[in-house]
Structure formats: structure tokens, C-alpha cells
Design a protein around this ligand. Structure first.
Ligand code: NOJ
Length: 768
């Protein structure tokens, strides 16, 4: 006989709470409005319960993150002692599990660690760099790529990426332009949201996804002179209209975390800037996640001449709104906040507020239930052939065709018996992946040479010559982290020999593919330059090869606009391939041989010369704008290639631009339609771009602003009508005159076309 025990009321309550929590915190739990709210409530209750059990030191431990390049006994002890809440930079699941065990089994409250890494453009499968992904003008490709990156990273135990970088960059001397979406706030916002969706999935804690981090809040891209880490002076008007929108977009996409920036913003370090991290982010934008500092940026508050000493730095960063300190070694939060608490410089309530969102994030991720990663299945996920296919497609979709005189591309293989592949980046397994790759296996990367060889077939001979070596004057501090060693530098005699050999290889061929640009450590962090010239002797090599009279296709591997003004006149075909990632060679071969058609567009304005920077299309007009010589007497004031520019093997024609109503009221939407037709026999993609200009108002507005885009695939001779909506938000801006967001009554120009110089024009008015 079985006896059934009736549980007492206390047990019923515990049972009910457990069932509810298990249900709400189950990663496969589906989201609907009510359930999201219930889930949020359950998370809050659980975090609060935990918080009540924590000592002050344990709370401060949760605010501390450290790098673990080589985890050792000291780190494990600190973890067991509850001094660390998060660890970054590990990629090995066994090491991750080991440290996690120290936290979960060794620390008093068993609070799991959060593992973070810069998963910027892929993990084991490397996708094109972010600037390239932005050049796809295709948020769905971007979202898919970051979902793959998230899945791979999650498979080895990483929970959190320090991406997307959503800093607007209008100065290509700044090396980190490669990590963002370029110069435009509208495109940047679309890319920010797509990346957050890709990384995080439908909700924070979704299976096979990771938490994203919008960085670097804010204004880092405006570093003086493009010099990394330098101060940024950005007017309120520019902050609100240009630099903030991609952050706001990431937030609207529910990004879990923000990272504070290194530099001074208008005289106050971003990491100690309460206006930025608290007034804007928390009060105005209602951000509910947590803020991590950039690495050692808390310590830097002393360097800035802002904090008196390290203790002051910790307290001021904390009060500014930094929840978690990212420290390369041991941090200032752990060292000084305990005393600050005793002295009353910070309060328990403030400490609780700082810790709460960190605990909530760990709960949402399901780390208390599933702290460990399955080491056995990681390999299979990160080596998935499907991921490589996605990376190749993304590389093809992000390439931008800058020049194609006489339709030399796509190459007709039968026309060439000897192809020369030349250049320092043509057969480099490392450089094609770009910066920020720590888990990639370079051996599986397909170089330009390999890709071309694979597709050239038996009847075409492919000869390779490197020609020149290129390197930085001051080595990158990240050089040690790069996998694979750089070859020994050539001596003068070898250099001459290699140069001549390359020119001779060109002479012996009937077509030359040149892969030029920058090595992977020439862009990214600590990779700014005072020049945009092709580094080293690449320009000389290019000119010598062109002088052979052989047709040349220039393939650029880089993350910023380089000085190709000479090439744009003398080299018949130029393909901007960026750093395409793992599948570089296959993607490039598909593009040059016409298996796929380039359809990417520039996410920045391409200057003629470094002296023009910053140069961006959305400038305002002033005295005598039409007279070139009024700007520079020695140089055009136009760019080499405009923002949004990119050619195709197809040709397109725009017509019939229609504005739904000639006049709308403030707050109303305006519908714009335009026809786009593929006028060629080749199927291809065009990016339909919509620009506006407010003709007058309480402030001067940019001569053009992107307010809509859509990448469409069109069959040969297909014509399609594309609809875009201009909303109140699109017609509203932050005015320095009123110091507020404003929608002016005004007349608006509208243009639609394939780049920012589109001529098809109409107008409409906004009244009252
Ligand atoms: C410093 C960089 O500025 C930031 O972007 C990165 O996430 C951290 N280091 C961690 O690598």
C-alpha cells in the first residue's frame, strides 16, 4: 500500500516557487508578453534572494572581471574566495570548466562565473570583419553570421561577447574603423541591432546564444587625429544625432551589456562619466543590464588626471555607473571598494544596485542550472561545414566592386592560360582573417592563391610571387596573441630579388591578380596610422606590374579606405574584399570568376587623400559649396568613391520615385516608392538607398542623410517596386538651437538610387 503524504504549506510554497522558477528559467521556455514579464519577475526574485546572502566582499567580487591568458593556481584561489565574477579571454572548454568548477564547487555561494571574449566576427569560423559585414547592407546576413559566432562560442563555454562595436568612425586613420559599421548612424543602427539579435537570439539566455555588449560608450570613433585612445570632442548635436543612435538601436534590440570607452569625452573620461553612464544610459534610456569598463579603463582614470589615486578611480568609476571592472590583472574595484564601503564613500544599497544586473544576467543564462559546457560536443559544433558555407556567402555578399573598366570582370577562364597571383597578402593564411581572431585554425583558411588555383582548372597555369613584405614600424602589442609566426624579414638583396621576380611573373602571364592592402595587425586596436598609403613598397610594385601592360585585377584586403587614387585611374578592375575570413580565397574566386556577383556598397566615404579626412557625405552646406577650389586649392573636395557606392556585373536603373503625399503633418509617416530594374542579362543585387534633406528649420541639417535601404536580388531584366517608410523618427533630430529633439515644419528633398549621389529626386512638405 502506498501512503500519500500531504505536504505542509511551507513545502507547498517551496515546491510552487521551484516549479515556477524551473519553468520560467528553462531556456526552451517560449516568450510571450506575459511570460516575459513573469520570467523577469522570477529572475528578479532569485537575484534578490541571492543578494541577501552575500557578504560585501562577495558582492564586490561579482563586480570584478579579470583576463586569464594562462589561468593558474592564484586565479583559481581568487575564484574560490569569491573575488572574481567574470573571466575573459579563454577559448578552451576544459580550462573554462576547470575555472567554473572552482567557482561553483569551491566558492561559498556557488555563484558561477561569466566567461567573456571578443567574439567580433566569428569564433573558429571567421567571418568577414564588421566593416565588411556592414558593406553587405544586409542585416539578415549580419544576424546569421553573429548567430553562428554565438553558437560556436557558446559551445566552448563562452557566455558573453564584447561586441558589437557600434562606434561611428569618420576618420579612417583610426584603426578601429574596421570593427564598426562605418560613418553613418542609420546604417550603423541597422547593423548594431542585427548583430545584437544574432548574438543574443530572441531573448537573453536563449540556447546556443550569448550576451552582447554595445561598445565603446561613447564617442571613441571621434578620437583626435584618428589616434587610438585619444580624447574626443563631440558636440551634443553630433553625439545625439550621429554617435548615440547605434547604441540606442542596440539597446532597443535588448542588448544585455554596455562597455564604457577609454577616452575623454568632452573633457570627462567616458569611464568616469556619470552623465553618460547614468543620466543618459539609465535615466533617459532605461537600460536595465550592466556596464563593464574597458580593460583597465578604471585604472586609467588616474592617467587622465581625473582621479586622485587608484582608490578614487575605483569609487568614481563605480559612481559614474560602471558595474563591472574589466582588469588585465587584479583590479581596483576589488582592491579599494571594500574600504570605500567602510568609509561610507559607497553604500550597501549602491553596491546592491551594481551587483543586481550581473546576478540577473547569470540567472537568465541558466548558469546556476547548467554551469558547465559539454567538452565533447564543442569540437563538432565549431568545425561545422555549414558554418564555413555561411562564412563564404557572407564574404561574397560583403565584397564591393570599385572599378571594372571594359567589363574585365568576371574573368572568362578560357581567355587566360597563365594567371599571375601577386602580393604580400595573396597567400597569407593569417592576414585574410583580419584582427580579433583567437580561436581560428589558420591551416583551414583558404588564401586568395588557393581559391584561384582551385577554380582555375587544369588548362590554366597559376603562378605566385609575393613581391614585397610589409610590416608595422611599431609592432602591434597583440602580435604575441596572433597564431602563427610571421616569416623572417628579407634582407635588401632578397627584397630586390623578390620584387623583380614578381614583375617577371606578371610579364610571363596574361592576367595578373594582385592582393594588396594591410596585414591583420595593421587595423584594429592600437593600429592607427597617419597615412592611408598602401604600406611598404606595394604602390611601387603595383605600378611596376601595371607597366608590364598586362591586365591587372586589384584585390584589396584591408579594413579602411586606402590611398588607391592612382590605382583608380590605372588599374582596370578593383575589388574591395576586406578581410573576408576563413573562406577568403573561395569567396574571391567565386566573385572574380563570376560564380557570384558583387553587390556590396561602401559603408564610408572613400577619400582621395589622407589630407581630406574626416570626409563624410552627411556634412552641412555653407558658403560657395559648388566651387571646388574654395575648400582646398590643391585637391578636389569630392571623394574618390562616395558613401554607398559599389558596382555589379549587372546594371540597374532607377525610375518612378513617388512620395505618397506631397504634404504630411508632423508625426505622420510618408511612404516612398521607387522602381529599380536590372537592365542587364546578369542576375545581381542592388542596394536601394533612400536619402533626405531638410531644406530649412531650426538648425542646418546635413546635405543628405540615409533614411532607408533595401538590398534586392533581381533576375536579368527584372523590375521591382521598392517601398520605404519615412517615420516621425526619421524626420526628427536633436537641435542645438532648442537643445531638444525636434521635428521642424519644412520641405524635404528625397533621393533614391544606388549610392549617396543618387539623382532621382522628389520633395514633400511637413506642416504644423
Ligand atoms: C580593449 C578594447 O578596447 C575592447 O574593445 C576589448 O573588448 C577589450 N580590450 C577586451 O579585449
Amino acid at each position: 500500500m502506498t501512503t500519500i503524504r500531504i505536504p505542509d504549506s511551507k513545502h507547498v510554497l517551496i515546491l510552487a516557487i521551484s516549479v515556477a522558477l524551473a519553468l520560467f528559467l528553462n531556456p526552451s521556455f517560449t516568450t510571450g508578453q506575459t511570460s516575459v514579464r513573469q520570467r523577469d519577475k522570477a529572475v528578479e526574485v532569485r537575484a534578490e534572494t541571492l543578494l541577501k546572502q552575500m557578504t560585501a566582499d562577495e558582492k564586490i567580487g561579482q563586480l570584478s572581471q579579470t583576463f586569464a591568458f594562462a589561468p593558474g593556481a592564484t586565479l583559481e584561489k581568487r575564484i574560490r574566495d569569491g573575488q572574481i565574477g567574470s573571466v575573459l579571454f579563454l577559448t578552451d572548454p576544459a580550462q573554462i570548466n576547470k575555472l567554473q568548477r572552482a567557482a561553483v564547487e569551491g566558492s561559498r555561494l556557488h555563484i558561477p562565473l561569466l566567461f567573456g571574449l571578443d567574439v567580433i566576427h566569428g569564433f573558429r569560423t571567421v567571418f568577414p570583419v564588421p566593416i565588411a559585414m556592414a558593406a553587405s547592407w544586409d542585416p539578415s546576413t549580419v544576424e546569421k553570421a553573429q548567430a553562428v559566432a554565438a553558437e560556436e562560442a557558446r559551445a566552448v563555454g563562452i557566455h558573453w561577447t564584447f561586441a558589437p562595436m557600434v562606434d561611428i568612425a569618420r576618420d579612417p586613420r583610426w584603426g578601429r574603423i574596421v570593427e564598426g559599421a562605418g560613418e553613418d548612424p542609420y546604417l550603423g543602427s541597422a547593423m548594431a541591432a542585427a548583430q545584437v539579435r544574432g548574438f543574443q537570439g530572441e531573448y537573453l539566455g536563449a540556447p546556443n546564444h550569448i550576451i552582447a555588449c554595445a561598445k565603446h560608450f561613447a564617442g571613441y570613433g571621434a578620437a583626435e587625429g584618428g589616434r587610438d585612445y585619444e580624447a574626443a570632442s563631440v558636440s551634443d548635436e553630433q553625439l545625439q544625432n550621429v554617435y548615440f543612435p547605434p547604441f540606442r538601436s542596440a539597446l532597443d534590440a535588448n542588448v544585455g551589456t554596455f562597455m564604457s570607452a577609454y577616452m575623454d569625452l568632452n573633457g570627462v573620461p567616458a569611464t568616469g562619466n556619470r552623465w553618460l553612464l547614468h543620466d543618459v544610459l539609465r535615466d533617459q534610456w532605461h537600460f536595465k543590464g550592466f556596464v563593464v569598463s574597458d580593460a583597465d579603463a578604471v585604472k586609467d582614470l588616474k592617467t587622465h588626471g581625473f582621479a586622485m589615486d587608484a582608490a578614487d578611480a575605483a569609487v568614481r568609476a563605480f559612481h559614474a555607473g560602471v558595474n563591472m571592472e574589466m582588469a588585465v590583472g587584479s583590479g581596483d574595484f576589488g582592491a579599494y571598494l571594500p574600504l570605500a564601503l567602510k568609509e561610507g564613500r559607497i553604500t550597501v544599497a549602491q553596491l546592491d544596485d551594481a551587483v543586481r544586473p550581473i546576478l540577473e544576467t547569470k540567472i537568465r543564462l541558466g548558469l546556476f542550472e547548467h554551469p558547465y559546457v559539454d567538452e565533447a560536443s564543442a569540437k563538432q559544433i565549431i568545425e561545422s561545414p555549414d558554418h564555413r558555407t555561411e562564412a563564404r556567402k557572407a564574404a561574397e555578399r560583403s565584397a564591393v566592386l570599385l572599378r571594372n573598366e571594359g567589363g574585365i570582370l568576371p574573368l572568362k577562364l578560357s581567355a587566360y592560360k597563365n594567371i599571375a597571383v601577386i602580393g604580400p597578402l595573396a597567400d597569407s593564411k593569417w592576414d585574410m582573417q583580419g584582427p580579433w581572431t583567437f580561436a581560428n585554425d589558420a591551416n583551414e583558411n583558404v588564401t586568395v592563391l588557393n581559391g584561384i588555383r582551385d577554380q582555375a582548372g587544369r588548362d590554366t597555369d597559376v603562378e605566385y610571387a609575393q613581391g614585397v613584405q610589409i610590416s608595422r614600424k611599431f609592432p602591434s602589442p597583440f602580435a604575441a596573441l596572433l597564431r602563427g609566426k610571421r616569416p623572417e624579414p628579407w634582407n635588401e638583396e632578397q627584397a630586390k630579388e623578390q620584387f623583380s621576380k614578381a614583375v617577371q611573373t606578371a610579364r610571363n602571364s596574361d592576367l595578373v591578380l594582385m592582393a594588396l592592402g594591410e596585414t591583420q595587425d595593421m587595423t584594429g586596436e592600437v593600429a592607427s596610422r597617419s597615412s592611408l598609403d598602401l604600406p611598404g613598397q606595394q604602390q611601387q610594385l603595383l605600378e611596376a606590374v601595371v607597366a608590364t601592360g598586362k591586365p591587372v585585377v586589384l584585390i584589396l584586403l584591408n579594413g579602411r579606405p586606402l590611398n588607391i587614387t592612382w590605382a583608380a585611374e590605372h588599374v582596370p578592375a578593383i575589388l574591395e574584399a576586406w578581410y573576408p575570413g576563413t573562406q577568403a580565397g573561395n569567396a574571391i574566386a567565386n566573385l572574380v570568376f563570376g560564380k557570384s556577383v558583387p553587390g556590396g556598397k561602401l559603408p564610408f566615404t572613400w577619400p582621395r587623400n589622407v589630407g581630406q579626412v574626416p570626409l563624410f557625405y552627411a556634412h552641412t552646406l555653407s558658403h560657395a559649396p559648388q566651387r571646388q577650389g574654395t575648400r582646398y586649392w590643391n585637391e578636389e573636395s569630392t571623394p574618390l568613391f562616395p558613401f554607398g557606392f559599389g558596382l555589379s556585373y549587372s546594371t540597374f536603373q532607377f525610375s518612378n520615385l513617388q512620395v505618397s503625399k506631397p504634404q504630411i503633418y508632423k508625426g505622420d509617416n510618408s511612404e516612398i516608392t521607387v522602381d529599380v530594374e536590372n537592365t542587364s542579362n546578369v542576375p545581381g543585387d542592388e542596394v536601394v538607398q533612400l536619402y533626405i534633406h531638410q531644406q530649412y528649420g531650426s538648425s542646418s541639417r546635413p546635405v543628405r542623410e540615409l533614411k532607408g535601404f533595401s538590398r534586392v536580388s533581381l533576375h536579368a531584366h527584372e523590375k521591382r517596386t521598392v517601398r520605404m517608410l519615412l517615420t516621425k523618427d526619421d524626420l526628427t533630430y536633436w537641435s542645438s538651437a532648442t537643445k531638444s529633439w525636434i521635428q521642424d515644419a519644412s520641405t524635404f528633398d528625397v533621393w533614391a538610387g544606388g549610392d549617396s549621389t543618387a539623382e532621382l529626386h522628389s520633395t514633400f512638405a511637413v506642416v504644423r
